[in-house]
Design a protein around this ligand. Structure first.
Ligand code: ADP
Ligand code: ADP
Length: 575
């Protein structure tokens, strides 16, 4: 018995050729030009080859692209909301022509598919953003991707696939459309409601999916996106462990978990249509659409990019044509007096409804505070705590910057001893002189070389921070821009504290611990910071310390108090 839902466009366009075809393409490929796919293109290719993007048979050509942007229609008239294009830089584009066969390779160089090039053109990317996302604001992640991370030329054409991109993680959970369809048939699942998500699932999600499935007398497919989601989201490894945990909270044999290698665009209403098409291709009959579905939130002025139920409204207009039903949900909130989740529109007057936003949840995890039982399940919370330990168990970097002899090494050494005394995390000191001896021995003191040196320190410190250790850096680091680069590299992986050792030049020169100021004044040492080379004072320091009238211990005590205030050291990180 075939699955009751036909794919979008009538047939599943699986684009992998048979073994003979693949062998032939491999033999011919010596003479094909090659393109190494970007992570986004790799995700798109996987859904194209597996039929998840049926009826597309390749990357869009120009007429399809323009139709999709302007009217959400392919040239054939079929509904398609968001362009799926292959972007390349100009030099690659110039080497391609109609009739060229382009080998598409993964980052290891393995040929996954060939593209029979039909068209190469330069799109109007601002117009694309306006049409597809209704915005040209770079704070919208979809817009940012098109305008900043997309190459300026598009290549359209038909694909022939040799193999799907290979994944080593959660292999048994990655079911392609045909495999899922087969499973549904084998299990006798005629009605399947899909739940799209890019976040960990908590009680609200369990309640609403369970409710949807029960009311429709359908089975549930938890179908999370594991390709690319919004920058800053919880990594998919952690999320999948959360989904596996939550799957045990449904009646047996009514729920299935499968991972979707989609690169999300955060395109709100249009993306909801894409999600519906993809789920239809995977054999689902229904899709749950809640509040602000696939929405990027608000811009910096607080204005949301999309209305909270705009995605539902757009999908409603097209569900008849698609033949997949939307299951709309209002925002679910917790009602303590009933100990139950209800839609935000069902909250009785005067009753206090509770929710926790993603940001509030992160804050509680960072502070090591309780996550209420009404909000989530203990197993899910435990997984999240493993990935997001409280700040006092995360790694951090203290980065000292200042003139020579200002006191950076001295303070870093004293701080190291204090932190070792407290224990709990390994401490690495990346002192300026030491780094120059071991890590950067070939570098001089030009701006270029100084910047390379700081980037190297930043890289090592970011690895240490990621692995939950403490890095103390004490280079001069005279340039603001590279200090900012280092902050951006490290801050997302733990803590970053910039300390300006703001001892005045005259004091540093008087100390002249290594006799270097004297040599610089005499012109024996060139490019000496403070004398014959610039020092840009930080504008973003977390602390500034003038060591002129203080003992090193006093300065370090101030730093320790700051680290305590910020939560990097505290209960559990010392005696
Ligand atoms: P995205 O919409 O970007 O995939 P989520 O993973 O947060 O992000 O949401 C998945 C789906 O669940 C969406 O349809 C969303 O609207 C819905 N949803 C999320 N949280 C709630 C909630 N508390 N109440 C109702 N629907 C929700
Ligand atoms: P840098 O690493 O910035 O070149 P050093 O730490 O090597 O500087 O040298 C700073 C000098 O200043 C040392 O001789 C140190 O003893 C002296 N000093 C005096 N007071 C302080 C203080 N409060 N903090 C740090 N160093 C101080």
């Amino acid at each position: 018995m075939p699955s009751s839902v036909p794919p979008h466009g009538g047939k599943l366009t699986e684009l992998i050729v048979d073994a003979d075809g693949a062998a032939e393409l491999r033999a011919l490929s010596r003479d094909f030009p090659s393109w190494d796919l970007t992570p986004r293109q790799l995700c798109d290719l996987e859904l194209l080859l597996s039929g998840g993007f049926s009826p597309l048979e390749g990357f869009l050509c120009r007429a399809d692209y323009e139709g999709v942007c302007q009217d959400m229609r392919l040239a054939s008239g079929a509904l398609w909301p968001i362009p799926v294009v292959l972007d390349v830089p100009e030099e690659t584009a110039k080497a391609l022509d109609r009739g060229t066969t382009l080998a598409l390779r993964d980052f290891e160089g393995v040929m996954l598919a060939v593209l029979h090039v039909e068209e190469v053109w330069q799109p109007d990317r601002a117009a694309e953003c306006e049409h597809v996302y209704g915005s040209t604001n770079g704070e919208h992640p979809g817009v940012a991707y098109v305008t900043q991370s997309t190459n300026p030329w598009y290549v359209g054409g038909r694909l022939e696939g040799l193999q799907l991109p290979h994944h080593y993680d959660f292999v048994e959970l990655r079911l392609a459309p045909a495999q899922l369809r087969e499973r549904f048939v084998a299990l006798g699942w005629r009605q399947v409601v899909a739940f799209q998500t890019r976040n960990p699932m908590h009680r609200a999600h369990q309640e609403l999916t369970f409710r949807a499935a029960r009311e429709l007398q359908a089975n549930l497919l938890i179908h999370p996106v594991v390709g690319m989601t919004k920058p800053g989201d919880v990594d998919h490894y952690t999320r999948v462990r959360c989904y596996q945990a939550i799957a045990t909270h449904y009646p047996r044999n009514t729920v299935m978990l499968s991972l979707l290698p989609l690169a999300m665009r955060m395109g709100g209403p249009r993306e909801a249509i894409l999600h519906a098409i993809i789920r239809k291709n995977h054999g689902c009959t229904h899709l749950i659409v809640g509040r602000d579905h696939a929405g990027p939130g608000s811009d910096s002025t607080g204005k949301p990019f999309y209305g909270p139920y705009e995605a539902q409204e757009l999908l409603r207009k097209h569900e008849e044509e698609l033949g997949l039903r939307m299951v709309p949900f209002r925002m679910m909130v917790y009602l303590a007096e009933r100990d139950a989740y209800v839609g935000e529109d069902e909250v009785p007057d005067g009753a206090a409804a509770k929710t926790l936003s993603g940001t509030q949840l992160r804050q509680r995890l960072a502070d090591g505070r309780d996550i209420p039982a009404w909000f989530s399940f203990p197993e899910v919370v435990e997984e999240l705590r493993r990935t997001y330990p409280p700040k006092s168990r995360q790694g951090f970097t203290v980065f000292f910057t200042g003139l020579p002899s200002s006191g950076k090494s001295t303070l870093a050494n004293v701080l190291m001893v204090k932190l070792l005394e407290m224990g709990g995390r390994p401490v690495t000191l990346l002192d300026g002189d030491l780094v120059r001896k071991h890590l950067s021995s070939e570098l001089g003191f030009s701006k270029e070389h100084r910047d390379i040196n700081i980037r190297r320190i930043g890289f090592v410190a970011s690895e240490i921070t990621k692995n939950r250790g403490i890095a103390l850096c004490a280079p001069i680091a005279p340039y603001e821009s590279v200090r900012k680069e280092v902050r951006d590299m490290i801050a997302p992986r733990g803590g970053f504290v910039l300390i300006h050792v703001a001892t005045p030049l005259a004091v540093c020169e008087k100390r002249d611990r290594k006799g270097l100021f004297a040599k610089a004044r005499a012109g024996i040492i060139k490019e000496f910071t403070g004398i014959s080379d610039p020092y840009e004072e930080p504008t973003d320091a977390d602390m500034a310390i003038d060591t002129t009238d203080l003992a090193p211990e006093e300065c370090v005590q101030e730093i320790v108090l700051h680290l305590e205030k910020e939560g990097y050291i505290g209960l559990g990180s010392g005696v």
